[in-house]
Design a binder for this molecule. Sequence first.
Ligand SMILES: Cc1cc2nc3c(=O)[nH]c(=O)nc-3n(C[C@H](O)[C@H](O)[C@H](O)COP(=O)(O)OP(=O)(O)OC[C@H]3O[C@@H](n4cnc5c(N)ncnc54)[C@H](O)[C@@H]3O)c2cc1C
Length: 558
Amino acid sequence: MIEHDIIVIGGGLSGLRAALEAKRNGADVAVISKVPPIRSHSVAAQGGINASIGPDDSWDSHAYDTVKGSDYLADQDTVEILCKEAPEIVYEMENWGTLFSRTEDGKIAQRPFGGAGFPRTCYAGDRTGHNLLHTMYEQVLRAGVRIYNEWMVTRLATDSNRCTGFVALNLLNSELESFRAKSIVIATGGYGRIYQRSTNSIINTGFGISLAYRAGVPIQDMEFVQFHPTTLWGTNILITEGVRGEGGYLYNKDHERFMDKYAPESMELAPRDIVARSIQTEIDEGWGFSGGYVQLDITHLGKELINERLSGIRQICIDFAGVDPIKEPIPVQPGHHYSMGGISSGKDGLTPLDGLYAIGECACISVHGANRLGGNSLLDTIVFGKRAGEHAANAVKSIAMPSEDSLNESLTEERSNIDSMMGDGGESFADVKDELRQTMQRYVGVYRNRGDLETGLANVKALEKRGENIHVKSRVNAFNMELMNVLEVKGMLDIARVITEGALVREESRGAHYRTDFLERDDEKWLKHTLAYLKDGNPKLEYKDVTITQFQPKRREY
Ligand SMILES: Cc1cc2nc3c(=O)[nH]c(=O)nc-3n(C[C@H](O)[C@H](O)[C@H](O)COP(=O)(O)OP(=O)(O)OC[C@H]3O[C@@H](n4cnc5c(N)ncnc54)[C@H](O)[C@@H]3O)c2cc1C
């Protein structure tokens, strides 16, 4: 059994920030991660991180934009923390070595992003996540945090409403091991790969969310799934919102800048939910190009600006679509991008299970509500990662190490679970996964309605049944990818089920959840968060109030 005061599951920006802060506050802390930390998905973030450091900007203006962007579902007390702490977080990263892009007089440059009243997004070209994550990793190494690379956590252990640790699979040799800790922080990122078209990397299966759900923790607001308006047609690699922030135009096949029909004031810089729906409508109504896409044009920005601020995007377009955006428009279509919902947790990342924290994209601290503004997620990971690390370090000073019993029990259960999966017959994980991804894309996408959601739910339930009969045929010990996939696909099914049921029950349109059979937002009935608990193998939905402080809900117009 391996032991530390605090173990952080996940080596992305949120996990590393939590580990660093816990270590700085004197705890014995370790990070465990499926992939080496700098391969976490945070590295792929392109466009930037928001902070109100501009001369005319203010934290409450940032908070207002965030709450309005969230379609009033974000908790305003946590939004306040996010926006107040943003400038300090950005300057701290700068002081640690992040090379932000600069204005001519040497200040951190900021670009406009959708739904923001000011150019508020600080950026490092179009490789902001790369720069932030590498800086953070350097700090974690410098502080001497222990890192367990290439271990996959497969089950949390609990004892009388306390998380006591977890069981993990060493990917190098397929051995199971138990890890005991006074506090556990889940920072396992998003679940994009449950959709057929996603900007997320293959490792983003959302398994961490299902670990908590299976341990009895509620997951919150899962029906709010963000579709990014501009993903590269064909591969769905992200084309950052920074492209529109720098002045990119969207055109349909008749060369109309169609956004003036949908958001005449903000045009391409309306929030993501609105732009994604606008593009989808153009495609559905026959104004898209054959194959289902529209064009994102930056040719007018000029070679110099594109090479300086969007060089990564240019390279992606050349490598994956054979299109050079200096000379021709980029073909784009909406794709899954981000999870507004996640493990229900509070302003210090604490979940309802004692000793368990959740932060980053796997968590729902409720700063994004029904629709996240671009640039607020990187901020969320660092602000709440730091808070969770500090809180956990203080808490463990007065907590005893839990007994070994629950860990030993969990290890035995997980051994027998994995043994029961080995076999040559049964279903293939790949078939179940592919069908799940198609189902979610087709029936639980940008536009939703009762009929589609019911079909989607029936499909997910049928896949759950088939999921019980998936077997692992491979007997390889080193990096048994089939075993990993089989474990993860079951978690993907959990998440898909909760998203679909939550979406079916929520009879209104709010942010990214758009019902063609209930077109209006309905604050009277639905200004509330969804909580899903796992009860006897099914999600049980409950609701809780949204925290409103300074911004009363009103109609959202752009
Ligand atoms: C292409 C792209 C571009 C983006 N650009 C921006 C942007 O410009 N601005 C912005 O604000 N946001 C952006 N986002 C969103 C933002 O990057 C992510 O929400 C954020 O980085 C997530 O960080 P995280 O720490 O929560 O998780 P991640 O960085 O995804 O890290 C998850 C970690 O958990 C580990 N893990 C997962 N499961 C397990 C397990 N079972 N056992 C052990 N380890 C596990 C993984 O190995 C990984 O280390 C972008 C997202 C995408 C997809």
